[in-house]
Design a protein around this ligand. Structure first.
Ligand code: LLP
Length: 431
């Protein structure tokens, strides 16, 4: 199910490296990424657009996993970058990511964020609300600069995903609603603005979505509005940003279609509407996050306590949990895992993998079939590359794990494990 192999010792292999040796070398919990998978995910998107001869920009949504090394890879793979905060923008600047390829998102961008974006001449701001239009206008005037802007719209579509990661529904904090005239009101402020170069629309309907029909319906809704704006104001969009959101396989219950089919379906839909409107093909922008990083990463843990409750359950506790992977606790997200040092042994029973936080909800996987589990075994949880490290937290004052990249059998530490000193580094004495 997962793109990793097993070597002749029966150990899981990631990027050509023995996962058990990586755990010994760097300690656990440990995030490990196969860099070739990251690169191939980027290429799958870019090459499909190229083959279809469509001008496109593929922006990695860096909220999925941002670090200097990750962004350097995105730079090497000719990706653009979606950032949503000063911290993500700062990381991009430190990685020397080309600023003209950075797009700024966020439903409550601060004055400082906007200032940082404008001072660094980033490529585009995706405007989310009326206050921002005013702030951006004011700042651009102050700097006497012009900037490309897209408008994030809310198409009023329920995507089939967890409620917390649905964003295109009518009752959403994000963007300008299309169904109640807000978007048109915003359009009038943006269009022909002295400093804002209004390029087109942005729409992100949610995350971990498998049905392409949701994206196609969203596209159709955008074009209904664009038709209105063309007929009423003569507006022709130069850019159409269809967001991120394409789902990945976490467990064998999920079977996403390949990214090239997804891209092809989107492009075909856009072309259909473009022809009906008789306008030139706009640039298509996408913002995959999970699809780039998710299946390239896994987390290694060491098994500690094992609790057997006769007739009820076996709890196998590992040395991490909701501090390094919040997704099961937050979204009831499901994962699969193997014992990295017994990767070819057949399962003999089901166990439940518990984290070590003081919280009953800190369960990583329920009812996972595994071979006999012993203390000291290395558990590898698959597909933790997106929204794992990036949502890691300090609950119970756990240190954030290290991140290792492996490419062609070469491993490299790219984020250091936090120390106890790091944990208290911002505390000040009250004595
Ligand atoms: N573009 C925008 C405007 C977004 O809001 C997001 C995700 C993306 C792109 C990237 O979406 P992706 O391709 O990764 O699905 N923490 C949640 C996911 C929240 C996503 C928020 N926005 C999770 O762990 O599932």
């Amino acid at each position: 199910n997962h793109p990793f192999e097993v070597n002749d010792k029966g150990h899981l292999v990631i990027g050509g490296a023995d996962a058990v040796e990586l755990a010994q070398k760097y300690g656990t919990p440990l995030y490990v990424y196969d860099v070739n998978i990251i690169r191939n995910n980027c290429k799958a998107f870019i090459e499909t657009f190229d083959k279809m001869e469509v001008t496109a920009k593929v922006a990695y949504a860096s909220k999925a996993f941002s670090s200097i090394a990750m962004l350097q890879i995105m730079k090497q793979e000719n990706m653009c970058l979606d950032v949503v905060s000063e911290g993500e923008l700062y990381t991009a600047l430190q990685a020397e990511f080309p600023t003209e390829k950075i797009h700024l998102h966020g439903n409550n961008k601060s004055l400082n964020e906007l200032r940082m974006a404008i001072e660094n001449d980033i490529g585009c701001i995706v405007v989310d609300n009326f206050r921002e239009i005013e702030l951006i206008g004011r700042l651009l005037k102050e700097y006497n600069k012009q900037m490309d802007v897209l408008m994030r719209v809310t198409p009023g579509i329920e995507s089939k995903t967890h409620q917390y990661i649905m964003t295109g529904n009518e009752d959403s904090k994000f963007g300008f609603n299309l169904n109640n005239g807000q978007a048109e009101e915003a359009f009038k402020l943006l269009w022909n603005h002295e400093f804002i170069k209004f390029k087109g629309l942005h729409c992100h309907i949610g995350s971990q979505i498998f049905e392409t029909d949701r994206f196609l319906i969203a596209t159709e809704v955008l074009f209904q509005e664009l038709k209105n704006w063309k007929n009423t104001y003569g507006f022709i969009p130069e850019v159409l940003n269809l967001g991120g959101g394409y789902g990945i396989r976490y467990t064998s219950e999920e079977s996403p279609i390949s990214y090239d089919i997804y891209v092809k379906e989107l492009v075909t839909e856009v072309k259909k509407h473009v022809q009906m409107l008789a306008i030139p093909m706009p640039e298509i922008w996408l913002e995959p996050g999970r699809a780039i990083a998710g299946n390239a990463g896994l987390t290694l843990y060491t098994v500690g306590a094992i609790k057997h409750i006769p007739g009820i359950r076996n709890y196998v506790s590992v040395d991490g949990g909701m501090t390094d992977n919040l997704r099961p606790a937050l979204y009831q997200a499901k994962y699969e895992a193997v014992i990295a040092n017994k990767a070819s042994a057949p399962p003999i029973s089901e166990v439940s993998i518990a984290g070590k936080c003081c919280e009953s909800g800190d369960m990583l996987i329920w009812d996972l079939p595994l071979p006999k589990v012993d203390h000291g075994d290395i558990l590898a949880v698959f597909s933790t590359g997106a929204y794992g490290y990036s949502m890691a937290n300090h609950y119970n004052r756990f240190a954030k794990p290290a991140v290792v990249f492996v490419e062609d059998s070469q491993d490299k530490l790219v984020v250091k494990r936090e120390s106890y000193q790091d944990i208290i580094s911002h505390d000040l004495s009250y004595e």
